[in-house]
Design a protein around this ligand. Structure first.
Ligand SMILES: C[S@@+](CC[C@H](N)C(=O)[O-])C[C@H]1O[C@@H](n2cnc3c(N)ncnc32)[C@H](O)[C@@H]1O
Ligand code: SF4
Length: 316
């Protein structure tokens, strides 16, 4: 059983939502709301709040006079504006009403706290001009601040090269692993994305983490994705699925039982064939969404029996 880190969570990380609400982490539990970035006294609120909370990794406790804010992360959301059209994504791709004001407040907060890492996520930040240029300026000013994002990576050469300069780490989301599925699920060009991935991979400047988002219509391609990802020396591999999988598929049906039986065999065979390589990573390397893990019968017993402890993690 993993030991929880006891700390004052919001002195280490702040998550800023699209509406400006600020929480100590991505879970954004209601009772952990610290305030809104547009509040006049937001810094006072953050620095004088006590958030008592617990998750699988952390226990957040009350401040003592010795605790000072020293942020590892500021994680913020920009608008949903995106060049893709994923079937699983919120439909509104409208810019936010007060996008410039929000970005300006976030910038101010970054300047004040100078976090070690920034995580900036859209929509698609690589095509959002204001959000992208803010990161460009921050990177120029604070080259040591690590900047991360999650992206579909489907951009032209010029933007790719600019992005390579700014970002230290990128998670690259894929909703299919062939041209046709990819085009249908995301409305984007698979070859372009694979070429862009290869370009960044060869240059080794950006830490890359490929992420597969499984849904009923792209399920079997996850095996090809995993085989491919395991040939790469990437930071992390994500095997995730849409939140609504159980709602959109009647998983109690025999159809799904048979489907997952086949997929389970394939995935476990791939893990077996690559066992040595996976174990040699000796760090958190594969993240499997717990819903997908449940369907594939990948549980903590399987993980331990196969020597994958501390390498394969089940996440929510
Ligand atoms: C909303 S996207 C924004 C970043 C970027 N545009 C991308 O797609 O990577 C953030 C992450 O949410 C995932 N996502 C999209 N729709 C989802 C859904 N219905 N359930 C779970 N994750 C989803 C995407 O695959 C991506 O990894
Ligand atoms: S690429 Fe990301 S933000 Fe764009 S539609 Fe797909 S999931 Fe949504």
């Amino acid at each position: 059983m993993q030991q929880k880190t006891v700390r004052v969570c919001h002195f280490h990380k702040l998550k800023i939502m699209q509406n400006g609400n600020i929480y100590p982490c991505c879970r954004g539990r209601k009772y952990t709301l610290l305030g809104n970035i547009f509040d006049e006294n937001i810094y006072e609120k953050i620095e004088n709040s006590d958030i008592i909370c617990e998750c699988s990794m952390f226990k957040s406790v009350a401040r003592t006079p010795d605790d000072k804010i020293n942020l590892d992360y500021i994680h913020y959301e920009t608008s949903n504006v995106c060049q893709a059209n994923c079937v699983c994504c919120p439909q509104s791709k409208e810019p936010l009403n007060k996008e410039k004001e929000l970005l300006s407040k976030i910038n101010e907060m970054i300047e004040r706290y100078k976090p070690k890492h920034i995580i900036a996520i859209g929509g698609e930040i690589l095509v959002q001009e204001n959000a992208f240029s803010m990161l460009f300026d921050l990177h120029k000013k604070y080259p040591k601040m690590e900047i991360q994002t999650i992206t579909n990576l489907c951009v032209g050469e010029e933007r790719l090269k600019q992005a390579e300069k700014i970002f230290d780490a990128m998670t690259v989301s894929m909703l299919g692993f062939n041209k046709h599925t990819y085009k249908n699920e995301m409305g984007l060009d698979f070859d372009k994305v694979m070429n862009n991935f290869e370009y960044l991979y060869e240059n080794k400047k950006v830490k890359l983490s490929p992420k597969y988002l499984a849904m009923p219509t792209n399920l079997f391609e996850i095996s090809e994705f995993l085989k491919w990802a395991l040939t790469k020396d990437v930071q992390k591999i994500y095997l995730h699925c849409i939140h609504e999988f159980k709602r959109v598929a009647n998983v109690e049906e025999v159809f799904w039982k048979k489907t997952f039986e086949k997929l389970e065999k394939e995935i476990k065979q791939i893990l077996k064939d690559n066992k040595e390589n996976i174990i040699a990573k000796n760090r958190h390397f594969i993240s499997i969404h717990e819903t997908l893990a449940e369907f594939l019968h990948i549980d903590n017993n399987y993980i331990e029996e196969n020597g994958f402890s501390n390498i394969i993690f089940l996440t929510i």
